[in-house]
Design a binder for this molecule. Structure first.
Ligand code: BES
Ligand code: ZN
Length: 460
């Protein structure tokens, strides 16, 4: 095992409190990209990052898009022949609601039991800042970086990265590089660093059902008028069979099986399904019975209801036949399913099962392609050594059920490999109340990133 360099370790140790303080400041900015009332805060988070990267010697530009800006920071003074690495992350966060379920306020970072609680702590400000801190440490200790680095931070990841692929296309020459590094994911388990080999894609829909011209008295009209809430329930119920298999015609047509060696690797990972059940707090697990939990999460597509709205939901009973109903439905996709094709299939299916007497519309809100890669080449070799030197253990190769749509875009537009090396943990409550990052992982993450750049510089 390559030992972690003592001089870097001394600097990380000396700056530990400062780095945590700085991360706290970044986390206090409520950069909720989905909410226009937070646009000023989202701008402030971009400005904070801009200033921070400029201070350590990067040439920084905050570039407007039709949505939230991109912070693009470059350091290009590495020795001739050194590789160029793009670091991607996002400075926007999910809305913090429901606020009353947070133990401490979402935008007042707090450490309890080795966990740093705050919205964005793990997704993704904490992980993005770990890169900034690693770069800062390398610059301080070595006086230079071993590789050329371009930091690209966006403010729209949590709302679908709509403007990012066009941005990468438009700045393709400037972003020319040898690889992209992203820390916006989780490790397989505490103490087990991980490199991702796949992500699921996404196709997200809103289904609206419109019935009578307005809400009606459920006694005077119920039974003779089609009920939009029931119509929606019937539509949603046609999407799966009793085993959780999606029965939207054509849904699985493009699914390409994962290679047997990848499945075999998944089955070797130390994963206890009963422990997983207890952790999520369900009385039993569901889904297609022929697959393990990890296979269901990493290799199988889904169709899920994210939210539903209709009729009276207040205290007590109100007799009403609602005029409308709505559901948010998302499909997680696996290679080679395509969000545009899934949109076509979903719309055709809903149209074919919609009951008479209501008008049903399906709107595609956003989507992203799934991703899968063979992890070969110097980027991955360097990551293995770096993760081992920081965590004292070789990384596992894992999959992921979540989505980072831009990963496929980087690969396609820039023609380079993407390394997904994240420092979250299962149970970290991303997108939920009490989001946290392990302080130990934040510390080791910064070190692993610094070691990665050193390895990449040495391997040239
Ligand atoms: N950091 C996540 C992606 C992720 C989720 C990685 C879970 C590892 C585990 C990212 O910020 C995210 O939440 N992505 C969205 C996709 C987007 C299109 C809204 C997701 O997966 O829902
Ligand atoms: Zn997220």
């Amino acid at each position: 095992m390559t030992a972690f360099p003592a001089d870097l370790e001394a600097c990380f140790a000396a700056r530990d409190a400062q780095f945590l303080d700085d991360l706290f400041a970044f986390l206090r900015i409520p950069s909720v990209s989905a909410r226009s009332e937070h646009n000023v805060d989202t701008q402030r988070a971009a400005a904070w990052l801009h200033e921070r990267l400029a201070r350590i010697g990067f040439a920084v530009e905050t570039i407007p898009t039709a949505g939230h800006p991109v912070v693009l920071a470059e350091w290009r003074k590495a020795p001739a022949g050194a590789p160029t690495i793009v670091v991607y992350g996002h400075y926007d966060v999910q809305p913090p609601e429901p606020l009353d379920l947070w133990t401490s306020p979402a935008f007042e970072p707090t450490i309890r039991d080795g966990k740093l609680f705050a919205r964005g702590s793990v997704d993704d400000k904490g992980q993005l800042f770990a890169h900034v801190a690693a770069l800062e440490t390398l610059l301080e200790v070595r006086g230079a970086l071993p590789v050329n680095v371009i930091v690209l931070a966006e403010g729209e990841e949590e709302i679908g990265s709509e403007h990012l692929a066009p941005f990468i296309e438009a700045h393709k020459a400037r972003l020319a590089c040898d690889g992209v590094v992203i820390s916006d994911s989780s490790m397989f388990a505490p103490g087990i660093p991980s490199i991702l080999s796949s992500l699921r894609g996404l196709a997200y829909f809103e289904i609206n059902v419109r019935g009578p011209a307005s809400d009606l008295h459920s006694g005077s009209y119920g039974g003779a008028v089609v009920n939009p809430a029931m119509a929606l329930a019937r539509i949603l119920a046609t999407m799966h069979d009793a085993d959780g298999h999606v029965v939207i015609p054509g849904f699985y047509d493009a699914v390409r099986a994962f290679p047997p060696n990848v499945i075999a690797g998944m089955r070797k990972l130390p994963f206890d399904e009963e422990h997983f059940r207890q952790e999520v707090g369900a009385t039993a697990l569901g889904g297609e019975p022929q697959f393990t939990v990890l296979e269901k999460l990493w290799t199988r597509p889904t169709c899920e209801v994210n939210g539903m709205l209709s009729g009276y939901t207040g205290e007590g009973a109100k007799t009403v036949l609602p005029g409308v109903s709505m559901a948010k439905v998302s499909c997680r996709l696996v290679p080679d399913q395509d969000p545009a094709e899934i949109e076509r299939l979903m719309k055709a299916h809903v149209a074919s099962v919609a009951p008479k007497g209501v008008t049903v519309t399906v709107t595609h809100l956003h989507g992203g392609k799934p991703w899968r890669a063979d992890l070969e080449g110097p980027l991955f070799e360097a990551a293995k050594v770096a993760l081992e030197s920081a965590f004292g253990r070789a990384p596992e190769v894992t999959g992921e059920g979540g989505s980072i749509p831009v990963v496929g875009d980087f690969e396609r537009i820039l023609g380079v490999p993407v390394l997904l090396m994240g420092f979250g943990l299962p149970g970290e409550n991303a997108h939920a109340p009490d989001e946290w990052i392990s302080v130990d992982n934040f510390r080791r993450g910064m070190r692993a990133i610094a070691a990665l750049f050193e390895q990449l510089g040495a391997a040239k």
